[in-house]
Write a protein that binds this ligand. Structure first.
Ligand code: NDP
Length: 298
């Protein structure tokens, strides 16, 4: 199997370089790659890349993920999140390849408390959510052999993340203030990359394209950013780390306490029953991945 990966240095892209490697030949690109164009802003360039590489599967982990910046950078967000995935879908279809792409719970309006199912009505609240939804629609219309993985609250060990920020702040201050009215499941880039490899292998070996479609992929369980912060500080305390703040001194606040240009959904819960049924995969509890990531920090 030959796999063409876009966005190789993002949180998920980095882990995909590991998880996709055993599946076959991997051509992994970022926007600065020289041999083949990996810049999603260059539509002709990425078309040509697919024609030259002739992959069996394209995995697109590149995106305009700066949610607040996207509010004032609409053209760029639309180009990367909507137009480029549409072009990759056309190119994949022409090459007879599968396209695996990532989307987000931000395509929903965040109402209610029920975990979102794949067929629930969408209603994005932000430019990021709208452009990601447009990307999904373009892919579904142009390439039957597609897998769209909607996920939420992605973190990775590499680079900055929420847990590391909480640990830094907890070392500096006795009290922290964290939002407690947004609900979701922190999902590791490692988990997403592993699930991606299993899904790709399943789809490419299944008869016809019966597994194609949109899937919700997130760690099991739910929390708030406040609960997430408390869990991080609890793990740190148990591992002997000396901090000024503790789980008891993390104060809960409403989202309105931290105004941002882009509106975030309150309900980011994703129902993963379709993934579990179609692929037989069992996302582990969110605490497992976060605890592992924290253990690797020390
Ligand atoms: P990251 O922001 O870590 O990575 C995105 C990557 O896309 C970066 O490496 C970035 O490169 C690259 N990129 C941006 N613009 C271009 C371009 N013009 N050409 C090529 N590459 C480009 O995102 P994640 O790994 O967290 O996200 C992976 C997927 O998951 C995305 O589709 C995202 O929408 C989705 N998702 C993410 C969530 C999250 O919480 N992070 C939640 C839900 C869904 P550079 O560094 O050079 O800018």
């Amino acid at each position: 199997m030959k796999i063409l990966l876009f966005g190789k240095n993002g949180q998920v892209g980095w882990e995909l370089q590991r998880s996709l490697a055993p599946l076959g030949e991997l051509v992994a690109l970022d926007r600065h790659s020289r041999e083949f164009c990996g810049d999603l802003a260059n539509l002709d360039g990425i078309r040509q890349t697919v024609r030259q590489v002739r992959p069996d599967a394209i995995v697109n982990a590149a995106a305009h993920t700066a949610v607040d910046k996207a509010e004032s950078d609409v053209d760029s967000a639309r180009s990367i999140n909507a137009e480029a995935p549409g072009v990759l879908a056309e190119a994949a279809h022409a090459a007879g390849a599968w396209l695996l792409h990532y989307s987000t719970d931000y395509v929903f309006d965040g109402s209610g408390s029920k975990p979102w199912e794949e067929a629930d009505p969408t209603g994005p609240l932000s430019v990021y959510g709208r452009t990601k939804l447009e990307g999904e629609q373009r892919i579904a219309a142009r390439c039957a052999q597609h897998l769209i993985l909607r996920t939420s609250w992605v973190y990775a060990a590499r680079g900055g993340n929420f847990a590391k920020t909480m640990l830094r702040l907890a070392a500096e201050r006795e009290r922290l203030t964290v939002i407690n009215d947004q609900f979701g499941a922190p999902t590791g880039a490692e988990l997403l990359a592993d699930v991606t490899a299993h899904m790709l292998r399943g789809a490419l070996t299944a008869p016809a394209a019966r597994l194609a479609g949109t899937y919700h992929v997130a760690a099991a369980g739910e929390t708030t950013w406040h609960g997430y912060a408390q869990f991080v500080l609890d793990c740190a305390a148990k591992s002997g780390k000396v901090l000024k703040a503790s789980p008891d001194t993390v104060d809960p606040v409403a989202t309105s306490a931290f105004p941002t240009p882009a509106q975030r959904p309150h309900n980011s819960r994703l129902n993963t029953a379709k993934l579990r049924g179609a692929f037989g995969l069992q996302p582990p509890a969110w605490q497992q991945g976060v605890a592992r990531m924290l253990a690797e920090l020390t």
